[in-house]
Ligand binder design. Sequence first.
Ligand SMILES: *Cc1c(COP(=O)(O)O)cnc(C)c1O
Length: 479
Amino acid sequence: MRMPEKGLPKDRIFAELEAKREHDPRKDEARTFGLTFYVDPELTHVVEEANRRFLFDNGLDPTVYRSFLNLEREIVAMSAAHLGGDHDVVGNATSGGTESILIAVKAARDRARKARGIAEPQMLVPVSAHAAFFKAAQYFDIELITIPCDPVTLTPSLDDYRSRLTDRTALIVGSAPSYAHGVMDPIADLSALAVEHDLWLHVDGCIGGFLLPFLRDLGAPVPAFDFSLPGVTSISMDFHKYGFSAKGSSVVLYRNADARRYAIFACSEWTGYTVINPVVQSTRSGGPLAATWAALHHLGREGYLAVAKELLDTAKRLHEGIDAVPGLKIMGKPVMSLLAFTSTDSAVGIYRLGDALAARHWHVQPQFGSDGTPPSLHLTIMPKNAANVDEFLADLRAAVEDVRKGPAENPLLGMVPMLTPEAVASGAVNIEEMVAGMAGGGDVPDELAPLNELLERLDSSVRNRILTAFFNGLVGIQT
Ligand SMILES: *Cc1c(COP(=O)(O)O)cnc(C)c1O
């Protein structure tokens, strides 16, 4: 494909762009549990308009776009106050949870190297922590030590952190709550451990940091997880999730400027302008920042409290409704509006159930299990789900019956014995060829269950190779 020689009229452009969305989920229907966060047309308008006005502004040089600096300061200040921070807390706006986590991990690594003399730092991360920590470990060449989670509570124990501490431990991580199962890690215990051993503790509040204080105000039992705990060094919190801002908005907060020092990259060696980047990006759009500022001011605490109440009530109804379906079970003790459920009936394959729900136009996320934790389906609940809980539960019960009746055989499973790490490493099996044959010409398959059932039986190194090959083929040349 080549770009058109002559420009097209704007009406045609927007018509063609809208046509591309034909198969995308509609956010106002709330049938996709995750990915998009939506309250109502009014907030959407406010966020879109703020985003549009600042989209071309650049936070690259805060001495030029003063508005960027000002918006960032106010958003950071509001975030710090929201998360029990005092006037020492500093922070920055980022493009999302992953960027907030990457930069916090980088800072923790550099603090360990410079302040504690640890040449090859390690980080202790529960298996339930977001993949962004695994990514950070890979990108920044830090040894990642995983902490197992209890198969019932889905949380790591303090003893398991303790037993893995070494004189190279730089960073410990806890989630508030975990994305996968929506359960709280023992952050107060981790805080005490961090203080005792001079460790950097990052609390991943990407999905929960913003909502949890509102839930606490509503009387829900929310344990301390923020800067009120003395050992918490940094927190990530996303606005493009339950802050209902535009995509591309999160903050990373540090207990003080000394911690943030290790995040900042300054470069005056090249022949161009002076670079001082507190985050991963250099050019930063003002759009998402203005959108977040607008959302915070449009809803206000009162507006967010009302949304939080609706989410809490809806989560309770879904929790009880799912638990009441024979053969299904909610995992752990979810604290907010994230739920995961598993199948306790061997005739109901969990990934098949995901496909059966998709056939009924509900999109949930399949999650692999690990270390005795069963695989599950994940729901991130939206305010609009308040209106469709009963419809979802009826479809869920029907989907369970579909799976019970449906064929369970999976021809892909015949490949399991061949797909050993040794066979893949030696080139005895060609992953690229195999995936090209399986994926049917690079399109997104309708049924994901057969593939997921295969993947979950493989060593994670092989699994990651297959996923890489699959994605490498998916986003390629379009004719
Ligand atoms: C979403 C999420 C992330 C990653 O954030 P992105 O904005 O998708 O990059 C990290 N941690 C948790 C707990 C999350 O929910």
